[in-house]
Design a protein around this ligand. Structure first.
Ligand code: SIN
Length: 286
């Protein structure tokens, strides 16, 4: 595909493309937004550099792709209910979202897009890895695909945000930031989604479950289900499916949360990292 309004460089790796030639803080025409949307569906993660986006501008750009969502477990930045701070202070041990996952797959309608803007980054470390869950699905054997076909997962935030969840069971909420807000009722909710989801815009199938957000396969015990989740995630994080993004201040990444897993590296102890995140509402996974 050729682009008239943006430059698209997919050389970052198996998933994602670096987009240049556009100022996301400016007035974007329908044509420009259309090209960004097409590039996003094709490359699944778009990376932008040198974008001066305050919370209002980041939310305004994100809203070109759908209605914005509210994340239940982190207090939003003042006056911007859809923009959450993701901060790791120099004395914190855990980072936020530090495992392979897609965002909020435990909610009934998980976001289709996440837009993450870098405010302050360590000079070394804190990269985010992205894995193409569609490509990884395609490379499963026919036998495995058939076995997974029709299996439903029971998804819940309880493994991460529940009473004994990864954040809440560690003193000080794992010290993942002052904005972290416990919501035990929301964390306990269980919803059902397929283990393999079909993209509502492209029709591509992709691996969707992971052990932090998927409690079990419906009708199976958690113990029985874990080896399947572990196998699928181990399969999808092979280097042929993974790209690595090194953040700079004012970088923005926008990923297709329906078919891309991500994992922020926690390898910068003693340094501060500060991001702003916006999510765009998605459909019920099918
Ligand atoms: C997240 O899981 O949304 C955070 C990703 C990051 O901090 O790179």
């Amino acid at each position: 595909m050729s682009y008239r309004f943006i430059d698209v460089d997919p050389s970052i790796g198996p998933v994602g493309a670096l987009i240049s030639g556009v100022d996301l803080a400016g007035q974007l025409t329908e044509d420009i937004v259309g090209e960004i949307h097409s590039a996003w569906l094709k490359h699944r993660v778009l990376f932008f550099r040198d974008q001066k986006l305050n919370p209002a501008k980041q939310a305004a750009f994100a809203s070109q792709f759908g209605e914005l969502d509210v994340y239940p477990f982190v207090k939003a930045v003042d006056a911007h209910p859809n923009v959450i701070p993701i901060i790791k202070e120099p004395d914190a041990k855990m980072n936020f979202g530090g495992a392979w996952h897609t965002d909020t797959s435990y909610s009934l309608q998980p976001p289709k897009a996440t837009l993450l803007q870098a405010i302050e980054v360590p000079d070394v470390g804190g990269d985010t890895l992205f894995a193409d869950a569609s490509l990884a699905y395609q490379e499963l054997s026919d036998g495995m695909k058939q076995m997974l076909e029709g299996l439903t997962g029971v998804y819940s935030a309880k493994m991460v945000h529940g009473g004994k969840g990864a954040y809440t069971s560690v003193a000080g909420g794992g010290n993942i930031g002052d904005a972290y807000s416990e919501d035990k009722e929301t964390a306990a909710v269980e919803v059902e989604h397929p283990l393999i989801r079909t993209h509502d815009e492209t029709g591509a199938k992709s691996i969707y479950c992971n052990k932090f957000h998927t409690h079990r396969i419906k009708g199976w015990t958690r113990e029985e289900s874990l080896p399947i989740f572990d196998f699928l995630v181990k399969h999808l994080i092979q280097s042929r499916f993974v790209s690595r993004f090194k953040w700079q201040v004012d970088s923005l990444a926008m990923w297709d949360n329906r078919c891309v897993f991500h994992n922020p590296m926690n390898d910068y102890q003693g340094k501060r990292r500060h991001m702003h995140r916006v999510i765009v509402q998605g459909a019920i996974p099918i």
